[in-house]
Design a binder for this molecule. Sequence first.
Ligand SMILES: *C/C=C(C)/C=C/C=C(C)/C=C/C1=C(C)CCCC1(C)C
Length: 240
Amino acid sequence: MNMFNFILGASLQPGDFTGFTFFIGSVSMLAATVFFLVQHGQVDKKFKDSMLVAALITGIAAVHYYYMRDQWAAGLGSPTELRYIDWILTVPLMVVEFALLTGVGMRKLFWASVVMLVTGYFGESGVTGMLDAQVWGAIAGLAYFWMAYEVGCLTIFGGPSGEVGNALASGEGKIPAAGRMLQWFVLVGWSIYPLGYMLGTDGWYSGMLAGLPLNMDIVYNVGDAINKIGFGMAVWSAAK
Ligand SMILES: *C/C=C(C)/C=C/C=C(C)/C=C/C1=C(C)CCCC1(C)C
């Protein structure tokens, strides 16, 4: 083991496309963290907490990506535990970020995100030994749909809305435009994840897409870049 192996752990093999998306993830999460921290000093006071939480989210992800890349490069396969540890920290933090940004309380949403991730983990890891990945995935999916309804994603199409969405629509929110922004992220940005989960679970469309250079981890890694870095950038641009 040379010095670089000691510092960096296992090396990625040339041509390991999935592995390099982990690598790009760790580098870009780190860069985004530095950027959000520096910008924290530049934005208006009412956005400071949001910028700090954006930096925390990408910072936590940067550390997890560093280790996920290592696990993948070592040939240990999809890093399910590290992935869900990252999410169980960063997704509820995103809900906190939504609440900070809009000034609307989101306690139920916070707990729904925890339910979604715990059931998703049970499905993806199989640790419980009961119910199969489809059933756990469906439960996680219900929690996701409820959240999308609760924050008013459906109002984008003129549909109904839950408590949080109503509060956002009434203009009670701190920054009116922020409500719409987070609704789009929950509706479109977050919907990337169930697609990744289905790709990693036999019996949905995993067979249909066999042969394409696409797998669950690539989809999750793209989703994280959009939702962690992209959302932070959206907050930053709103703050500018
Ligand atoms: C930074 C990480 C984020 C924003 C992660 C979000 C994750 C989800 C929205 C996951 C959702 C899932 C379903 C809706 C069903 C299948 C299981 C999950 C956990 C992948």
